[in-house]
Design a protein around this ligand. Structure first.
Ligand SMILES: Cc1cc2nc3c(=O)[nH]c(=O)nc-3n(C[C@H](O)[C@H](O)[C@H](O)COP(=O)(O)O)c2cc1C
Length: 172
């Protein structure tokens, strides 16, 4: 019997520091009719039971947090989404996909936000350094000005943004 849409076992696995990635993971799982599980709560071996793993990680210095561990598992069908505070664009998504060695057609970038009240001391120091270097930059683009605004604290999550990923996952 050919595997139909409903028989394909899917799961959303995520790592979220301050909740934005978790929010996207919940939205995606709801649309796909599957579970969203925090990476820490699953055994790596368990992930091989699924036909499709949708992995979401927050962006930390250009890296999709935790994706290195997922890559090591060599799963057959992995779709990745990264959540950062940079305004979304094809250029940003392509750069992150390349840096993390994710096939471009399997990666989606979403804008999260910034929750300074939930970020630890060391990470906040790193963020202040990034902010300072951006402030010093001449002729800032609209996207860079937008990112600077986000340092004050922002939630720019968008439920509509997940549509392309959802459609693609439902098709398989
Ligand atoms: C230490 C640190 C480094 C970050 N580096 C980036 C980055 O390189 N690019 C980006 O777009 N966002 C970066 N961010 C912003 C987070 O990715 C953003 O706040 C994201 O929405 C957090 O998602 P979470 O709530 O799931 O943790 C960084 C945040 C911190 C604290």
């Amino acid at each position: 019997m050919k595997k139909g849409e409903n028989e394909m076992k899917k799961v959303v696995i995520y790592q979220s520091g301050t909740g934005f990635t978790e929010k996207y993971a919940g939205w995606i799982a709801e649309r796909l009719g599957c579970e969203a599980k925090e990476y820490k709560s699953v055994k790596q071996k368990e992930l091989t039971d699924y036909d499709m793993v949708i992995y979401g990680g927050w962006i930390f210095g250009g890296m999709v947090f935790g994706y290195d561990k997922i890559k090591e598992l060599n799963l057959k069908n992995v779709i990745v989404f990264g959540v950062g505070m940079t305004a979304p664009s094809e250029a940003v998504a392509a750069k992150i996909a390349e840096q993390n060695q994710i096939p471009r057609d399997r990666f989606y970038y979403y804008e999260g936000g910034y929750a300074p009240q939930k970020v630890g001391f060391m990470k906040k120091m790193m963020m202040n350094m990034i902010k300072k270097s951006l402030e010093k930059k001449e002729n800032k683009t609209a996207d860079e000005l937008h990112t600077l605004e986000n340092f004050k604290g922002a939630d720019n999550t968008s439920k509509e943004a997940i549509e392309e990923l959802v459609a693609r996952c439902l098709k398989q």
